[in-house]
Design a protein around this ligand. Sequence first.
Ligand code: AP5
Ligand code: MG
Length: 215
Amino acid sequence: MNIILFGPPGAGKGTQGDYLVKDFNLFKISTGDLLRKEIDNKTSLGNEIKSIIERGSLVSDNITNRLIENVLSDKKYYNRLIFDGYPRTINQTKKLDEMISKYDQKISCVLSLKVDQEIVTKRILGRQICSKCGLIFNKFFNPPKVVENKCEHDLTTRSDDNVDIIKKRFKTYHQETLPILSYYQKQNLLHEIDGMKEIGIIYKEIGGIIKGLDT
Ligand code: AP5
Ligand code: MG
């Protein structure tokens, strides 16, 4: 099964994706993480991406579609992907459908996390990410536990996690990304989830949906 995790910045896509990876033996592919890796490599493309991300805008469809095709075409991930933060535009949505059929796969469901802007702003401002194991924590809501996976966490923050950029990311989400939900609704793939609840409660609901899928 391939699953799309959908929602505004800070909704919990990455957090829920990490749980799903463990319990359902899937792979998470986050376009945000892949783009940040490109920035860390300090290539000229990386510098271009950095300035786009720090404006709260979207990186071009060409770049993101290419990143996804690299993964979708790899047999290791065949029908076992969680898409976190992709697709985000109508173009990406259509391109994903094209790639899914090209590589003979299927999208099993779209899980849309609904959270209001005030809550996600607080979540984003408290986000901490371990630079070693990649796990996502929160200094207000989900502080790192004592060595859950034997990693001595080195906590970092993201350069786009500040009040000004969050406002722009939200605007971009409403203008360019939210409209694609109706596309998936028409295909009967959409599951709307109350993302305001606690992490574990949301995960229980998501897990139930996935177990009930006809994959
Ligand atoms: P990306 O990295 O995808 O950022 P985003 O969409 O803004 O989403 P976030 O990663 O901020 O939030 P999340 O939903 O993953 O939440 P998380 O689980 O971390 O993209 C960054 C940028 O890259 C974009 O702005 C764009 O420029 C570019 N980009 C990426 N994909 C692209 C694409 N397809 N096309 C073009 N450009 C693209 O949780 C947030 C915090 O809240 C954490 O601290 C977590 O611990 C906490 N938390 C989670 N759930 C809960 C809960 N239920 N209760 C309390 N706290 C919670
Ligand atoms: Mg994320």
